[in-house]
Design a protein. Structure first.
Length: 308
């Protein structure tokens, strides 16, 4: 596992540099009697430092809390280890994930793999939709950090992102008989088929009360709602297809499937989940073992085929 945790407070930036990242307020008052600057924490995938902002950029003027995605110009402060930030602008649209704070990405390889896969999508509006979802720090930060389950499958940090990307790749790879735009729509729906889990878990993996009250399938629509509304303005059929595919995971329509490719998401989800369970069942077994049971389950017995 490629762990990614370092602090670059000693990073030298002698010339003004335009960057994107996320800020958190550290002090709500001027840092000294000589100047009116306020101090915030700034972080992205490659940098973590303290930044002095003009009082006009006080967080009281922000329309969001927590990690606020911004672009700004940084230059090292003359008399301290901090940096001075100017030209602050809050980001509302995203076309990359580089602004996410590295503390939210315990396994950077997962974020890199997800970006590389999304960038292969030939439909710009669909790429923008996916980045609009994951670029929101309150969504993307949890997506790349929380597990799928506590002890059943993909239970490691970043398990949700690993499982979701695997499902998306399986969906696309197994649907060659469909039109290309349907394959990518189904694949992106596969990427977000459990995105509702970010509203169930917290950053320290403590389940919220929501976990016992509302299913993640229902929460999928709440998480995706704002980005879906933007997506619908550019590709109405695409937005309706995403909704239809995700709804099919909640229930089976009695009047039959309108989009046959929808079945690929459920199949990929099941294959990804059970394959991970088989891996867990065999991880402490000898190579000669052919059958293994997951935990104390009497029904989940897996077979490991021998090579020819």
């Amino acid at each position: 596992m490629n762990q990614f945790n370092f602090d670059l407070d000693d990073f030298e930036m002698v010339t003004p540099t335009d960057v994107t990242g996320c800020i958190r307020t550290r002090k709500l008052y001027p840092v000294s009697t000589q100047e009116s600057s306020i101090c915030v924490s700034f972080a992205n995938l490659n940098l973590c430092c303290s930044v002095l902002l003009d009082v006009a950029d006080h967080s009281a003027y922000f329309d969001t809390v927590g990690d606020v995605p911004v672009s700004l110009t940084l230059v090292q402060h003359n008399n301290s280890d901090s940096y001075v930030g100017t030209n602050l602008k809050i980001l509302h649209r995203f076309n990359t994930l580089d602004h996410l704070p590295y503390t939210s990405v315990p396994v950077r390889e997962l974020l890199t793999s997800t970006q590389e896969w999304l960038d292969k999508c030939p439909y710009e509006t669909l790429r923008k939709f996916a980045y609009q979802v994951l670029g929101n720090p309150s969504i993307g930060g949890l997506f790349f950090s929380i597990p799928v389950s506590k002890d059943r499958h993909f239970s490691e940090p970043g398990g949700l992102a690993r499982h979701s990307l695997e499902v998306a790749q399986m969906v696309y790879g197994s649907t060659m008989c469909f039109a290309e735009h349907e394959r990518w729509l189904a694949a992106v729906a596969g990427l977000f088929h459990e995105i509702g889990r970010v509203y169930i878990n917290t950053a320290n993996d403590t389940p919220k009360a929501t976990a016992g009250l509302v299913s993640y399938e229902v929460l999928n629509f709440e998480v995706l709602g704002p980005a879906l509304q933007l997506f619908e303005k550019e590709w109405a059929d695409g937005a309706e297809a995403i909704r239809h595919m995700l709804e099919s995971l909640c229930k089976t329509r009695k009047n039959g499937p309108h989009l046959p490719i929808t079945f690929s998401i459920r199949s990929a989800d099941l294959m990804s989940m059970t394959n991970n369970q088989r891996h867990r069942a065999f991880q402490d077994k000898q190579p000669s073992e052919r059958f293994a049971r997951l935990g104390g389950s009497q029904s989940e017995v897996f077979w490991q085929l021998g090579e020819p």
